[in-house]
Every structure is written in C-alpha cells, then in structure tokens.
Design a protein around this ligand. Structure first.
Ligand code: ADP
Ligand code: MG
Length: 481
C-alpha cells in the first residue's frame, strides 16, 4: 500500500549552503542547551554529544494533536482505575505470568506488598501515551502503547522546541512558530514530583531517582533534577542504581526508606523496567524493599503492571472500557484510538489470532511484555515466532497488534558523527503525550496533561527508539487540515 504524505512546514529541499549553515547553528544550540546524550561508543562523563534530532518541525494534524491532549487526563484516570482493580490485573496477567519470569517477579512483589498491607497508598504516575497516525484511516491517531514507567524525553523535547523555533527564525520563517504548540513537559512532570513530595509531608525528606549503571540519556534525567532544585532549592535529590539501593538503604520500624540518614519521600524510577536492570536477586530485593516502604513510588508497582502490553490488549476487548469508564462519550473516544489488539492466550481466541496473523504477517506486530524498544517482531519474524510458539504456552507472553501505517513526512535527521548535510529522507512521526496523576484507590489529588514529545524515524525502520539510536527527537508543526 502506498502511504500518503503530509506537507512539510516549508518547501524542501533547503538550498545546500543555507542548510549547512543552519545545521551548524542547530547543533551548537543543541549542545549549549543540553539537547544531548552521552556517547555510547566512547563513553565519558566529561562530554555530551547532540541527541539525534529532526532539523525542522514535522507536520502533524492539529485536530489529532488536540484530541490526544484532551484524552490524556481520561487515560490517566483509566490507568489509575485499572491499576487499582486487583481482580482485573490478576485475571489479565495470569497466563502471561506463567511464561514470563520478569512480569511474574513484578507481580510477586505487588502481591507481597498488598498482602502485608501497603505502607503507602498514594501512587505517582508520570505517564506517556504514544500514538502513530493511521494513514489509511484519514491520519487519525492510534495508540501505540501507554507508558507508565520511566517515560522519557520530557526534558529534551521541551528544550528542542526552543531550538526549532530558533532555526525557523534563522531561515526567515519565524511566522511559522505560531503553528508550534507550547511544550511545558519538563515543568509539568517536575511539578508532579514536587506535589507528591509535599503530600508525603516530611520536612527534610529526599527524592530518590533510580538510575541505570550508565545513564546515556543523562540530560533528560538531570534536567528534572535541576528543575526541581530551581523550584524547591531545599529538596535534595539522590541518584542510585538498584544495586546501590540494596547496599545503602534500610527500612526503619515505621517502614520509612532511609538513605544516607534521610527519609525518602519519592522514588522516581528511570530504571527497573527491563530484565537486564536486575542482574541478580539483590536488585529484586532492593525493589521489594522500596515497594514495602512508605515512599511514594513513581510508578507504584501496580501502575507498572497496568502499563503492560497485556493490559493494553485486554482493555480493547469488548465491554472492558465500559466496565472502567461507563458507557458515555469518553469511552467511545478512547475506543476510537485503539487499533486491533489480540490475545495469544492458549485458547480458542488465541488460536484464531494465530491463524489470522499467519495469513498476513505484514498486517501485524508481535509484542512481548517488555519496555524500552527493540523487543517487538515484524514481518517474517512474526511468522517464524508464531510457527515456533503455536503449540506452546510461551505465546501467552505476547500480544498481537495490528500494524499502524503512518503518513510519510520529509525531513533532515541530524545525528552525531554523520556527514552534513544529511539527505532529505522519508520519515514517520510518533507523538507522545505526557500525563501526571497522583492518587490513592479512592481519591485522585491531581490529574492533568503535561506537554508532549515527537519522535521521528526513517519510514522504513520498524522502531524508532531515540536512546537506541534509531529515532530522532522532533517537534510537531500543527496543520489545519
Ligand atoms: P516499547 O515498550 O518497546 O517502546 P512499543 O509498543 O512502543 O514498545 O513499540 C516500539 C516501537 O515499535 C514504537 O515506538 C513504534 O515505532 C513501533 N510500533 C509498535 N507498535 C506498532 C504498531 N502497532 N504499528 C506500527 N508500529 C508499531
Ligand atoms: Mg514505546
């Protein structure tokens, strides 16, 4: 099928000499304002390099952007309810748990903590709902996934917005800036962390960021620390790996998590979402200790479980949205952003889904219960995996999702180490909308949308993880269509 194309914000290509000049300006702007990452090949803590970015903002239909923004608080609340429905979570995940050790370990912690009585009933969610436009369906947005843990790039894309504005001005196109929606993701996300801190209500308590051993995406994380420090200079933030948390923290008799003599008010996970981040039982012990504590977790373990692909698939099944949201207009609006999602459980429905996928593998994506990119299967890999797993319970760890075919956009992707200027290429964009929610099972204290991010990849790449080096950071240029 040929994919439609959205009109770029200015006529392309840009003349060679001008293009080289603005790319140099853009790179320096990016470096000097922290639109950067650490170098994976030649790692050093003494330098950052530019994060891959798209030079000009990529077109995105205004109505679809607005729709995604408006839906965010509704989706936040939906996920909050899902996370607090013990029976639903248990039933939805039960088959996957038997074959997916990682999700089972998270689930075990949840059950343990719940059974001994939760020391902290408040959860903090810094969510991100991701969308691709379905080109054959009039470029309407379809949800790719809902991230409940370590949703990244709020900081970098907030700054990138300013870089793109600068570049448009350098090209004499400053009047186009009015089509770029304001992006206050960093400030919105950090306000959420601070509100949770205040609800914890213990003076001189600290905030703990759970980080990877090496944080390549350091700018995105540090900007949160700087922003919180700017807004609330008295709050100290610590960064620790799960291994260090195992070694350095204790629970006192009030179940407070103590680090360096301080009570931890908020634990913000920027790690802990994939198996490699738990190299031994010590990291799992650390996770359990944190979950047992009074600290407010971002996300709480039940938020993390609610963000699994299996839950996303279950929500698309008939009657499930109605159960959580009633039968009103909002339910219809949420259903409208879902694309085909199918269970591969070892039963009749699963069998039908396997047959359907084998008949036309190009129409589907096969997804395991993993986060962080690079785990999904496409095309011939779908066939191979389904044939291998057809008679095995292993397949219950996966879901089948209809493949979304986004419209093409043209653009220049600027990457560290690549020659300048880059070729003008066909790209596709994925929109992420950030959301903040704080609440207990019975009371929601805050629920709002908080900025956005756009991530753009080569049109023929299956995935576009920026940290994985496949995608590039971008800003939306809203089109009235
Ligand atoms: P992860 O948790 O690894 O980020 P995602 O569900 O977001 O998993 O998938 C990773 C990437 O794969 C997405 O960012 C998108 O580029 C691509 N992708 C995922 N689902 C689909 C789909 N249904 N159609 C087309 N591309 C998809
Ligand atoms: Mg994703």
């Amino acid at each position: 099928m040929t994919q439609g194309r959205l009109t770029s914000c200015i006529p392309l290509p840009v003349e060679h000499k001008l293009l080289v000049t603005v790319i140099e300006k853009a790179k320096d702007w990016a470096l000097m304002h922290g639109v950067g990452m650490r170098d994976r090949k030649h790692f050093t803590k003494d330098a950052i390099q530019i994060a891959p970015f798209v030079l000009l903002p990529s077109p995105f239909p205004q109505t679809e952007f607005n729709k995604a923004v408006e839906l965010q608080p509704i989706l936040n609340e939906l996920m909050h309810k899902v996370a607090h429905d013990d029976e639903f979570l248990t039933r939805t995940l039960q088959n996957a748990l038997q074959v997916d050790e990682f999700t089972a370990s998270l689930f075990d912690i949840w059950v343990k903590v719940r059974d001994e009585g939760m020391a902290q009933t408040l959860s903090l969610g810094l969510f991100r709902s991701d969308y691709l436009m379905q080109n054959p369906d009039g470029n309407r947005i379809k949800q790719v996934e809902f991230n409940t843990v370590a949703s990244s790039f709020g900081a970098l894309t907030s700054y990138l917005h300013d870089m793109t504005r600068y570049i448009l001005r350098q090209l004499g196109q400053g009047d186009l800036i009015k089509n770029m929606p304001e992006n206050r993701a960093l400030s919105g996300l950090c306000s959420g962390i601070i509100e949770a801190y205040d609800l914890f209500g213990v003076p001189s308590a600290i905030i703990l960021f759970v980080v990877e051993e090496i944080s390549y995406n350091i700018c995105d994380q540090r900007f949160h620390e700087f922003e919180i420090s700017e807004k609330r200079p008295e709050i100290m933030i610590y960064r620790r790996t799960l291994t260090e948390i195992y070694e350095e923290t204790t629970l006192n008799d009030k179940k407070q998590l103590i680090l360096d003599g301080h009570t931890v008010a908020v634990v913000y996970y920027r790690s802990g979402y994939e198996p490699a981040q738990y190299p031994s039982t010590r990291e799992w012990d650390a996770r359990l200790r944190v979950e047992r504590s009074t600290a407010i977790k971002c996300p709480s373990i039940h938020y993390q479980l609610a963000g699994t692909k299996k839950v996303q698939q279950a929500l698309a099944a008939p009657g499930v949205l109605e159960k959580f949201m009633g039968a009103g207009a909002a339910t219809g609006r949420v259903r409208d952003i879902f694309t085909g999602l199918y269970s591969l459980d070892f039963d009749e429905n699963g069998e039908r889904a396997v047959d359907m996928a084998l008949a036309d593998t190009e129409r589907f994506v096969l997804k395991p219960q993993r986060e962080g990119g690079g785990n999904n299967l496409y095309g011939s890999d779908v066939r191979e995996a389904l044939l291998r797993m057809r008679h095995s319970r292993e397949r219950a760890a996966y879901i089948l999702m209809e493949r979304i075919l986004p419209p093409l956009v043209s653009g220049y992707v600027v990457r560290p180490g690549a020659s300048v200027p880059p070729p003008l290429t066909d790209l596709v964009s994925e929109l992420g909308i950030f959301g903040v929610i704080i609440g207990t099972k019975d009371k929601i204290y805050c629920n709002r949308q908080a900025g956005h991010m756009l991530r753009t990849k080569l049109a023929d790449a299956n995935e576009g993880g920026v940290a994985a080096g496949l995608g590039a950071l971008d800003s939306p240029f809203l089109l009235e269509m």
